[in-house]
Design a protein around this ligand. Structure first.
Ligand code: ADP
Ligand code: MG
Length: 232
């Protein structure tokens, strides 16, 4: 029910850990909004990419062996001009060679997304329970708050919304102290689509995380700014 025509099939993807860009292509095949992004293997290409996307931009180092990019100096946010992109490219490429010797795959330039709140959304195919989705407080908070809920996939947008509304962080999403409410309905739509993705792929999808999904103000939508996936 509620499943729009035109979802899937998934694009051809390699086995094992995907790059952020590959994981986002899988999400995009299910109608999940992801950042505009362009790969760059030289500083000039990164500047050209930034011009085509529009400033400010985000620059990230790409390697499928890296799990936490920001811990390794591989994420540079809010780059406002060409000089900032050039410096960031050189620094990130150097950090990438240290972090993933022999497994560097260049850089990616992304649009810089802004929003009111962040969520973590995940999917996994559990050996016992089958396809599952989870949602929790996003960013670094996910490890600290232990505010995570799970449900078997597939899930309707209505049930996805109930799951998100049941998180402790939902009070923040509804708007605190005069801050605008975040687009919970759009986040629920993404969680439902993620549940269809994991229900379709089944055990081929070992795990897939969106961390974070950035939520804009109510009615303004959401966008996946980071994704990780492992296929078997
Ligand atoms: P990591 O591998 O460390 O999780 P991320 O790609 O998630 O790297 O980047 C770290 C943080 O930077 C994110 O949690 C998010 O807050 C912010 N971020 C990443 N990409 C973007 C983007 N395109 N627009 C805005 N913020 C971003
Ligand atoms: Mg992340």
């Amino acid at each position: 029910p509620d499943r729009p025509v035109g979802c899937g099939p998934a694009p051809a993807l390699p086995i094992g850990a995907l790059t952020e860009g590959e994981a986002k292509r899988l999400l995009a095949a299910y109608g999940i909004p992801t950042t505009r992004e362009v790969a760059a293997s030289t500083a000039d290409q990164a500047i050209e990419a930034a011009r085509s996307i529009g400033f400010p931009v985000v620059l990230k180092g790409v390697s499928r062996v890296v799990v936490h990019k920001s811990d390794l100096g591989l994420v540079r946010l809010n780059l406002r001009d060409e000089a900032a992109v050039r410096t960031a490219f050189d620094e990130v490429m150097a950090a990438l060679e240290r972090a993933a010797p022999g497994a560097a795959e260049g850089c990616v330039v992304q649009e810089m997304a802004r929003g009111e709140a962040e969520l973590f959304l995940g999917a996994t195919c559990d050996a016992q329970f089958g396809p599952m989705v989870l949602a929790g407080a996003g960013g670094v908070l996910v490890e600290f708050l232990q505010d995570v809920r799970t449900a078997p996939a597939p899930l309707s947008p209505h049930d996805a919304r109930a799951l998100i509304e049941g998180l402790r962080v939902a009070s923040v999403l509804r708007g605190l102290r005069g801050r605008p409410a975040a687009d919970i309905a759009a986040a629920a739509g993404v969680l439902a689509r993620l549940s269809w993705l994991v229900a379709d792929l089944g055990p081929r999808l070992a795990e897939l995380d969106i961390n974070p999904l950035i939520l804009r103000a109510a009615g303004q939508g959401v966008i996946a700014v980071d994704a990780r996936a492992t296929l078997t």
